[in-house]
Structure formats: structure tokens, C-alpha cells
Design a protein around this ligand. Structure first.
Ligand code: ATP
Length: 243
């Protein structure tokens, strides 16, 4: 099926646009903007989205799975974005559970998946992603954690090429996820996981738990090993940090 691309110079949020137009769009349609005045992250956080050379996009997708079987989807999207970038020659990429993409241990891209609608057989989602392409030092000062951009790799892809690659790879991987579930991605995730076999802390306000990261399970939960044995943790309120 051919897909449509809704292109904006400026928008509040590409995810918000897709959610507002969910009734009129098809699976695989995408929204792209040069600037987001209110780019979103998880739990009300913001995705800094200045003008310049960056990618802010949202894909609409109807997943042939009920909501209970979509857990781990952010990991699928992470693997997919990493794959697309690696195919373009970018090296030094890694993933951080559950939804971040790092380059040389600094945050390169973010993913925000929002639910549009669900039934017993289908889940409508908006999958947003932001990729830093060429951030100026002045822009970068406004980001409150270590960041990176594609210009640092010496492999700066053409923006249209990047979008086409990401779009194709995401569609391919979402179909694979529909057919085979997260199991098809476990190896890919673990191969790129920056924290596997390293000591991490999971922040779950007001609590925190520390242990050795042992990758993910079939549900997309992060596995943590400590005196209590290996435990699986899952949930949108958790943040992972190096210990
Ligand atoms: P964290 O990455 O701290 O674990 P998170 O996964 O909950 O947080 P996201 O929704 O992925 O958060 O991203 C939002 C966070 O990413 C912001 O709070 C900010 O620290 C950082 N951030 C915002 N914009 C950018 C950007 N353009 N590049 C890199 N990092 C950014």
C-alpha cells in the first residue's frame, strides 16, 4: 500500500497531529516536521525540537494484536531505528531500555509510543521518534543530559534518505512483530544493549533497585540480577541509570 507523508514546517507535535487525525489516516502514514513547538517525551517530558537539521516524525500503525500483547513494542522500534542507522553506515550506536538510542553513550534519539485506540483484535498506535542530526553547541546547551548527533559520526545521511530508510525498516519490523512477537527481536536488542552485564539502577520513584542488567525477557521487561536472584521489571514509570 502506498503511504502518505504529512509534511510541516512547524507543528506542536507530530504525535499530537497523528492522534488528532487517527480516523483519517492509514497504517504506515507518517507525519514529519522541521520544528516542534511542544515535542513530547515520556511522562510529560519534552523532546527538544529546534529548527535546523533534525528528524521529528510520527508513524501511524494499526497493529493486529490486542493491547496486552503489544508490550515490548518500544524495544522493537529501538531495534528498528538502530538497524536503519547502521545500514546507513552509522557506528557506535546502542540502546537503553526501554526507549532510547545512544551514540557513543550519549542520547541521539528518543521514541514515544502513544495509544490511539484499541479493541480485542487491534491496537492503533502513534510511534514518534526524534533523531538529532546536526545540533549546534548553543542548541545543545538547552538539553539537560549528555546528547549526541549524527554529524559526530562523519556519516551524515541525506534527510529524505534517512526518513525513507526509517519508514521502510519500521514497517518491516512492525509486521515481523505482528507475526512473531518480541522473540524475533531479543537477540538484536541484546546485541545493542549498552548496559547488558553492567551494574544499573532502576529508578521507580520513590524506590530504586540496583543489580546487574541481564538483558530483556519475551515480554520486554528488563532483567536485573542481585542478591534476590533475577527479577523482571516492566512499566512506564521506570528509568534506567548506570550505577
Ligand atoms: P531518560 O532518557 O532520562 O531515561 P526518558 O526515557 O523517560 O528519560 P524520553 O521521553 O525518552 O525520556 O526523553 C525525554 C528526555 O530526553 C528529556 O527529559 C531530556 O533529558 C532529553 N532530551 C530532550 N530532547 C533531547 C534531544 N533533542 N536530544 C537528546 N536528549 C534530549
Amino acid at each position: 500500500i502506498d503511504n502518505r507523508c504529512f509534511y510541516f514546517d512547524e507543528i506542536k507535535s507530530t504525535n499530537a497531529f497523528m492522534l488528532e487525525h487517527a480516523a483519517e489516516v492509514e497504517s504506515g502514514d507518517i507525519c514529519v516536521s522541521e520544528y516542534q513547538s511542544a515535542g513530547r517525551g515520556r511522562r510529560g517530558r519534552k523532546w527538544f525540537s529546534p529548527y535546523g537539521h533534525h528528524m521529528y516524525a510520527s508513524l501511524f500503525w494499526r497493529l493486529n494484536r490486542d493491547i496486552a500483547r503489544t508490550s515490548g513494542l518500544s524495544l522493537v522500534v529501538g531495534c528498528s531505528i538502530v538497524q536503519a542507522l547502521q545500514d546507513l553506515g552509522v557506528e557506535g550506536l546502542g540502546v537503553k531500555w526501554p526507549n532510547d538510542i545512544y551514540l557513543d553513550h550519549k542520547k541521539l534519539a528518543g521514541i514515544l509510543i502513544e495509544l490511539s485506540h484499541h479493541s480485542d483484535t487491534q491496537t492503533e498506535l502513534v510511534i514518534g521518534f526524534g533523531v538529532n542530526m546536526s545540533m549546534s553547541a548553543a542548541q545543545g546547551e538547552l538539553i539537560d543530559q549528555p546528547w549526541s548527533d549524527l554529524s559526530a559520526t562523519g556519516h551524515m545521511p541525506d534527510k529524505t534518505m534517512l526518513l525513507v530508510k526509517l519508514h521502510r525498516q519500521l514497517k518491516r519490523d512492525l509486521v515481523l512483530f505482528e507475526q512473531q512477537g518480541l522473540e524475533a527481536f531479543l537477540q538484536r536488542w541484546n546485541d545493542n544493549d549498552l548496559f547488558i552485564n553492567r551494574e544499573i539502577t532502576l529508578l521507580m520513584a520513590p524506590n530504586a533497585v540496583t543489580g546487574i542488567c541481564r538483558g530483556i525477557d519475551k515480554q520486554g521487561a528488563v532483567l536485573l540480577e542481585n542478591e534476590q536472584g533475577i527479577q523482571a521489571f516492566v512499566g512506564g514509570e521506570i528509568s534506567l541509570r548506570a550505577s
